[in-house]
Unconditional design. Structure first.
Length: 233
């Protein structure tokens, strides 16, 4: 997964002025953007996904430009074929589990039928142990089940890259440990590149084949703390 990010964007509000100036490159299958809350990690992930538009710079994947301000390239999110797992999972409360997963195949205004049948949907229901709750709605699910539904919806479209925004922050400690193991096993089995953002050193230890530390909108040089976190894995 040769991914190169070199972007700049300035945000101005009544409270603050914040400049995102991020540059890194990777060929690793597991990359962690690590740093405190408000450092610019989510903004970076959103720019890679096409949900934020940098003021200038470039983003390339496998040598193909996703964003290039000098050449006027800015692919729409759906053209980038990335799976984005939001921090709150962003499940549709009026759709059952099967419908939520099927939505990943045909995103748009039309909701999938309640009893929709599709081999890809059935595959992920089985793969993530969700068949027993296929007819349930998100309020009826546990935290771990919600995360698995969100993962299934993200993966059903066979994305090129999996983007995860603080995927374990809403889970209690025991469930967080279990879901880390499940996600690690799933990523290994699928061999899909993954970019995960976190402020939790345990996530870094589990997934940080490469760690990009971001503070105040900028990538930091390697520090003893970052090296210590990596040594835990």
């Amino acid at each position: 997964m040769p991914l190169t990010v070199d972007i700049r964007k300035t945000f101005v509000s009544a409270e603050r002025r914040f400049t995102l100036d991020v540059s890194f490159a990777t060929t690793n299958q597991r990359v962690v953007l690590f740093g405190p809350s408000g450092a610019g990690k989510s903004l970076t992930l959103q720019a890679i996904a096409g949900l934020q538009h940098p003021d200038e710079g470039t983003i390339t994947l496998d040598g193909a430009p996703l964003f290039d301000s000098a050449r006027g390239v800015d692919l729409k999110p759906q053209s980038r074929r990335f799976a984005y797992l939001f921090q709150d999972y962003a499940l549709f409360p009026h759709l059952n589990v099967r419908q939520n997963i099927a939505f990943g195949l045909h995103p748009g205004w039309l909701n999938p039928r309640a009893r929709v049948r599709h081999p890809e949907v059935d595959y992920w229901l089985n793969a993530l142990d969700l068949h027993g709750v296929a007819g349930n709605h998100p309020p009826q699910l546990s935290g771990g089940q919600k995360q698995r539904v969100a993962l299934a919806r993200a993966l059903v479209a066979q994305p090129q890259l999996l983007l995860l925004d603080e995927p374990f922050s809403a889970l209690d400690h025991a469930l967080r440990q279990r879901m880390r193991r499940e996600l690690s096993d799933l990523q290994t089995r699928l061999d899909i590149p993954m970019l995960l953002i976190t402020h939790d050193p345990d996530d870094v230890a589990a997934f940080g084949d490469q760690v990009v530390q971001i503070i105040d909108g900028r990538v930091q040089p390697e520090t003893p703390f970052a090296g210590y976190v990596r040594s835990l894995s």
